[in-house]
Design a binder for this molecule. Sequence first.
Ligand code: ADP
Length: 172
Amino acid sequence: MHFSIPKGGQGVTTALYPGSFDPITNGHLDIAARAAKLFQKVVVGVYDSPAKDLLFTTEERVDLARQSLADYPNIEVEPFSGLTVKFAEKVGAQAIVRGLRIGADFEYEREMALMNKNLSPDIDLVCLMASLQYQFLSSGRLKEVASLGGHINDLVPKPVAEALKKKALIST
Ligand code: ADP
């Protein structure tokens, strides 16, 4: 049987974990930390202009991610704009990491992965399953709960809880 997939063997060393991170949550941290065990280097790419209403500026999102991931020597945080695959190429990543929660994430990631593969065939998608305790956690839901006065301190790193407080989304 003949396979047309070229032989590799060097192993994947750098991965890009892209997202909006508005703001970074413990669910994101869990994925980034697990990716940092699998890859020599992980670049957390903070997307400049996602098609979402943002609470934090790009600078704030990068800053919060950097503070939250400061203990991981092989994780870097960088902002980016434009195509994710182009940024992956720029930072020398051979893989894009994403986190999968419930079913909807899978459909979205599958479509995006096919488009990205078309744009940049050498870069592969690696999806990590969200840990059980973070399956329900999204930045959007977090902001909603925070704005309604719900307790979110155990869902986000400390700098994020502080930043939400400053944005007056938490009263305590
Ligand atoms: P995007 O706008 O690109 O979806 P997000 O910041 O919402 O950016 O998410 C970035 C990545 O992290 C996505 O792959 C998303 O599925 C994943 N993710 C978000 N929240 C969680 C969580 N609680 N557990 C695991 N993965 C998550």
